[in-house]
Design a protein around this ligand. Sequence first.
Ligand code: FE2
Length: 445
Amino acid sequence: MDSKTQLTDGQMIYLFRHLMQHSLEGFVATSSDLETIILFSPSAESIFGVKSEDVIGTKVRDLYQDPDERDSIMGQLFKEGSVWYVTKFRKGKGTLEEHIIDISFNLTLIRDEEGEIIGTMGEVRDITRLNKLSYAKELLEKENKKYQKGIMNLLYSILDDFDPETANHSQRVSIYSEKIARKLGMTDEEIEQFYIKVFLHDIGKIKINKDKLVNGKTYLDGDEEVEHIRMHVEHGADLLTTSEMPEGVIEVARHHHERYDGKGHPDKLAGEDIPLAARIVAVADSYDSMVEIRLYKISMDKETAIEELKRCSGREFDEKKLFEHNKKALRNVIEKEIKYLMSSESVGNIKMIADMANEYISSVEKSDDTILGYDIISISSSWEQDITAKTMPNESREILLKSLDRISKSSEEFLGRRMQKELQFDPKIAGVFIEYLQSTENPLC
Ligand SMILES: [Fe+2]
């Protein structure tokens, strides 16, 4: 370093003075007793609201809101040589405007050339405004969360009032989806938004005729009703669009019934063209429909539902186990139908119904996975001919025929179509969920 670039002692003093005069940070120095103020810069004057001539020679501890705090800070200073601290001081001490401010300061020991302590130097900054801002932000965030929670609770109550099953289903699917999302690595913040998206997936059902969803309807009658209920995805997307919800929320409502193989609805999206959140909901939603008792469906146990998830995601599954379950489920459908017919006042011929029941049940017991329930379908059609030929009131005939039709449809569903492998779900998501289901006793906890 040549002499031109090396500062002289005089220049150093000048620079230090310049810094003292113009820095936004305040400087406060004490003498070798580490207490008495010997330097108080102009910025320190404006930060503490006192003139330097009024504080020079006084004790620095008196500036603190709690003067005893100075002792613990000094203890730390001796241990570490310097401390960075945030605490409260008095501004305008002794004046009418005296009030408390938040200060951040960096305190160091000053040593002479021999290493002797000759005082302390504190650089101080007023962070009251900054603290207020971050406090206000924190409050706002808390408030927003409260609103969000309130709106979710309100939505739950509205859904619950409309159809308790839809409300409970939405809640359960949200819990399952959250489990999957966490396993896929979503962060807490992402999960918060994701939960809302999932909770609203079936919101379109409020546009569906209420009696199609509940009120004693045992089964869906005909394609028209199925189509009507299917429309809930479009209704949901429309509702959320009108409400100016973010795109991600609308997407889940619209696409949660798409299938991974492109055979779903409403847009026949396939693979990863289906938004991730909608793919997650598709798996969680189906699982919930399988294990929960719906008015128009028979519920499965957890193990069978897992086999179904495997079957529908192209993963390995146990055909035998599924077949046995299907047999049991079909038997339940028939028993339920017969019970319904027996209790129906318009259907008088009890003997005929009892015969029908026996024939059906023994057929279910006999059937194996090669027959796949086709004999049940054929019994249905021979019974159909019998009923049509018999003399009975039209009303009774209609009830009997509808019942037969439902048994026959269930046979096809349980013992036929359901035995084929399908690619309805994203295999990765289904795999993650299956792993979760197998690892826990109660998947909703
Ligand atoms: Fe749905």
